[in-house]
Design a protein around this ligand. Structure first.
Ligand code: NAP
Length: 531
């Protein structure tokens, strides 16, 4: 009942806080009635989520909800309003060591449970995630800022990994190898790697966790999760539901707080046999270096610099729709967001006009408001990064076609922006902008487009828009990327392998390939079969 009320409260709150782009009172003025209204609604929503048991504000170690041992806390903010939602423990190495120890104890039994039983527990967890879709979506919007509809979409996407790997749990087949000698028998067993440290970012507070924890638990591993300190609440709610699903205490642990202390403890421990990380390339490199000391398995999902190539022969409507989706999801804060829109000269003007018109229709505001498609950026640092990239591009000759400044809503809201005449040497082309800015670059030939697209250390997602089948194959094969969308801006799904090449990462998540990252192969040679 309480949970249903939380859903109803958010729905009615979203009707009350009705924003429309362009004619808004400033949210900087904290005394404005509108900002007071938002604050009250968010607080009452948090209170309702607490009553429902899903707003947890302690870490989870060995099945027990615990504070930091020194009592320190860190505040979790709503990026749309700046208000504090709650405080969570600021944990460090002592708590992480205990979490590892709990995970190691739980591994001894969880790894021996039958695959069928692990599958049932995961399926139950999936069912609980889905039945709490709305509350989890509200939590995501509260702490991360993305529009509620998109947040609920993330819950469906995140839960799909638990469902998929509940099924895959039953399919971890080994092999029998024909022996070269008559009296031998050769087998390959697949066994869980052991305790896994899972470090995740703030931009997908649920999905980046389930994409790791689903396959890990499915094959018998146990996990210590370290969510971003910016968005720990969704992780804690998901962990609460894992307990309700009967996943044994200690199989899922959550610690948060001092990132480098927690990271170092995970790296140093010989009980942790794998680190799986999603986040920036810089932190990924540190973890890779740190994992060398104990020679751990490593999966890295790092930053991208996605090219979105629009050829002269593209259908303009399809290209605009696809580029819009690839660029502006989560206000441009995803690793697969189109970072460079590379447009062939024959279609450039038509595309730029149609695309700018579509971008102009995007509604910016608090994610709980009706019709909003663009929430705030996660924090001031993110906003400064966007501003500095735009300034750099303008100073080097780029033109603002739309937007190009902070939104009148204030805080970390930024106007959906389109820039023309962008060049490959500008900062905005070299690095992830991670914000709602679409830079348009011009090209002449297919070879030039491929060269421009591959001229980066990143290699996660790429998009092409063309109606030529031969070109589709040629360009797709030439792109140095882990994922390619053809006439499509949204490509992620639990059934397909997700991951990058070059400095975008190591390993793949999701799909039948994703579970291999959590398995060791053991070769067994049975001798003396004729005695
Ligand atoms: P980030 O700064 O690298 O943080 C990611 C996680 O690492 C957070 O939990 C962070 O903790 C933690 N962390 C930071 N320093 C650490 C250290 N020294 N040791 C251990 N952990 C540490 O990245 P972000 O800003 O949250 O996320 C954005 C980046 O993630 C972008 O580059 C994006 O492209 C990438 N990303 C990649 C994928 C993919 O699948 N390839 C998906 C999503 C995002 P705190 O937050 O608590 O500091």
């Amino acid at each position: 009942m309480a949970m249903r009320m939380a859903g109803a409260a958010a729905r009615s709150a979203s009707h009350r806080i009705s924003f429309s782009t362009g004619h808004l009172p400033s949210m900087r003025a904290s005394s404005s009635p509108l900002s007071r209204q938002i604050t009250m609604d968010a607080q009452s929503l948090a209170a309702r989520l607490k009553t429902s048991g899903l707003l947890r504000s302690q870490g989870l170690i060995g099945g027990k909800w615990v504070d930091a041992y020194d009592g320190k806390t860190v505040k979790v903010h709503n990026p749309a309003t700046g208000e504090v939602i709650t405080e969570v423990p600021c944990m460090g190495s002592r708590e992480t060591k205990d979490a590892i120890s709990s995970a190691n104890d739980a591994f001894q039994s969880w790894s021996k449970v039958t695959a069928a039983e692990r599958s049932r527990h995961l399926r139950k967890w999936y069912d609980l995630l889905i039945s709490h879709k709305e509350e989890l979506g509200q939590l995501i919007t509260l702490e991360q800022g993305k529009p509620l509809k998109e947040a609920i979409g993330e819950v469906g996407y995140g839960a799909s990994f638990i469902e998929f790997f509940s099924e895959e749990a039953k399919r971890v087949y080994g092999d029998i190898i024909p022996a070269p000698l008559a009296d031998r028998r050769l087998f390959v067993l697949k066994q869980p790697v052991g305790v896994v440290g899972a470090i995740t970012p703030w931009n997908f507070p649920l999905a980046m966790i389930t994409r790791k924890v689903g396959p890990a638990l499915a094959c018998g591993c146990t996990v210590v999760i370290k969510p971003s300190e910016l968005t720990p609440l969704t992780a804690l709610a998901a962990a609460e539901l894992s307990l309700q699903a009967g996943i044994p205490p200690g199989a899922v642990n959550v610690v948060m707080g001092k990132a480098s202390d927690i990271g170092d403890s995970l790296l140093e421990s010989s009980q942790v046999r794998k680190i799986t990380f999603t986040g920036s390339t810089a932190v990924g490199k540190k973890l890779m270096a740190g994992a060398a000391a104990t020679v751990k398995k490593l999966s890295l999902e790092l930053g991208g610099n996605a090219p979105c190539i629009v050829f002269d022969d593209a259908d303009v409507d399809v290209a605009v729709k696809g580029t819009l989706a690839a660029k502006f999801r989560n206000s441009g804060q995803t690793c697969v967001c189109a970072n460079r829109v590379i447009v062939q000269e024959g279609i450039y003007e038509r595309f730029a006009t149609a695309f700018s018109k579509a971008v102009q229709n995007l509604q910016v505001g608090d994610g709980f408001s009706e019709g909003i498609t663009q929430g705030p950026l996660i924090n001031e640092a993110a906003l400064h990064k966007v501003e500095s990239f735009v300034e750099d591009a303008i100073s080097k000759g780029a033109k603002i076609l739309l937007g190009g400044r902070r939104h009148s809503l204030g805080r970390t809201f930024y106007e959906p922006t389109v820039m023309g005449d962008v060049k490959s040497d500008m900062l905005i082309s070299r690095e992830e902008v991670f914000g709602p800015v679409a830079p348009l670059l011009r090209f002449r030939t297919e070879e030039e487009a491929i060269h421009m697209a591959n001229d980066t250390n990143a290699g996660l997602a790429a998009y092409i828009f063309t109606s030529n089948v031969q070109r589709t194959w040629r360009v797709t094969e030439a792109l140095e990327y882990g994922l390619v969308g053809v006439n499509e801006g949204i490509v992620s799904t639990e059934v397909a392998p997700f991951g990058g090449v070059k400095q975008s990462g190591l390993g793949r998540e999701g799909s039948k390939y994703g579970i291999d990252e959590y398995l060791e192969l053991k070769y067994v040679c049975l001798g003396n079969m004729e005695h």
